[in-house]
Ligand binder design. Structure first.
Ligand SMILES: Nc1ncnc2c1ncn2[C@@H]1O[C@H](COP(=O)(O)OP(=O)(O)OP(=O)(O)O)[C@@H](O)[C@H]1O
Length: 293
């Protein structure tokens, strides 16, 4: 049984598009990344998975339970980190963590203390005195302290400094090794690449790719940089061509033999052909009408 499964999940807010026809499947124990630019539909998907908003069409299941019909049972299995958390401002960190544990009718003191220590969060501070990053740590601990089977994390690392991001992902890796399923949304490509096994890319409410992170990063395109004179005007498969200080560089996704023939007709002083970096590849997924290279 999958930890998360959606079938044609669609959400409209009135007439405006939230998400469209999403078919997602996340296996138990996976660390799954959900990537997309602002407004793509990441938070809408997550809120629908939690039963916080009802789908307009289609359905979502968590551990086989429908998120609308079995909302309470679903929430018991989940730890949720919202992208922006709001707390009662005058409460101390330790009281918020205790309240969150009490709502789940669990004693989470040991886990909460350990997470505060690892994330270097002072339990005695008032939450309205905390920086954005430290408030994020409070949300993280609220999501993790009761050791849920499924973690749904909406942009979990915003505001955390690099050392804290590293510690956070170390905790996530430990939980994953213990069998916890993790679904995390992000628009930071490198963090998904380094910490997730599979990922889906969402653009304008639709999933446009879903695969292992390694496969998503693979492409036949090459990045070419050259100095010299060559006529590239009739060559198919060139994208993002720029010339800076006499060096022309472009992404090439066409027939490599044609490229070589064209180059041999020119006068090349220097050339470098390499794999494009992940950022470039993902940007092509994001482009509105761009063909994938
Ligand atoms: N409560 C709402 N009422 C109307 N439209 C909404 C509402 N919430 C979201 N939307 C719209 O749904 C679409 C998806 O928004 P969503 O917040 O899910 O995107 P996102 O990928 O999480 O973006 P971000 O990275 O900026 O948080 C957007 O066009 C947004 O304007």
């Amino acid at each position: 049984m999958e930890a998360i499964k959606t079938e044609n999940l669609t959400k409209y807010y009135g007439k405006s598009r939230g998400v469209l026809e999403l078919n997602l499947s996340v296996e138990q124990g996976e660390v799954f990344g959900f990537i997309g630019p602002n407004g793509a539909g990441k938070s809408t998907t997550i809120r629908t998975l939690l039963g916080l908003v009802s789908p307009t069409k289609g359905s979502a299941q968590i551990f086989g339970m429908d998120t609308v019909k079995n909302k309470e049972a679903v929430l018991q299995k989940v730890g949720y980190l919202p992208s922006e958390a709001i707390f009662y401002p005058s409460m101390k960190v330790k009281d918020i963590l205790k309240l969150s544990a009490d709502l789940r009718k669990k004693n989470c003191a040991a886990e909460s203390n350990s997470l505060c220590e690892r994330l270097q969060l002072d339990r005695n501070r008032k939450v309205d005195e905390l920086s954005f990053g430290n408030r994020k740590k409070v949300s993280i601990i609220c999501a993790l302290q009761h050791r849920p089977e499924l973690l749904i994390l909406d942009e979990p690392t915003g505001g955390l400094d690099p050392l804290m991001q590293r510690e956070f992902f170390e905790i996530i890796r430990e939980r994953s090794r213990q069998g916890t399923t993790v679904f995390l949304s992000s628009h930071i490509l490198s963090e998904v690449q380094h910490n997730c096994s599979r990922a889906a890319i969402i653009r304008e409410g639709r999933i446009i790719a879903c695969d292992s992170v390694d496969t998503l990063a693979k492409t036949n395109a090459k990045r070419v940089s050259l100095r010299g004179t060559v006529d590239l005007t009739d060559l198919n498969g060139i994208r993002d061509q720029v010339t800076v200080d006499g060096t022309t560089s472009f992404l090439f996704g066409g027939d490599i033999n044609q490229l070589l023939r064209q180059l041999s007709d020119g006068n090349i002083l220097d050339i470098h052909i390499s794999e494009p970096d992940l950022e470039e590849i993902f940007l092509h997924y994001y482009e509105k009408d761009g063909d994938r290279v």
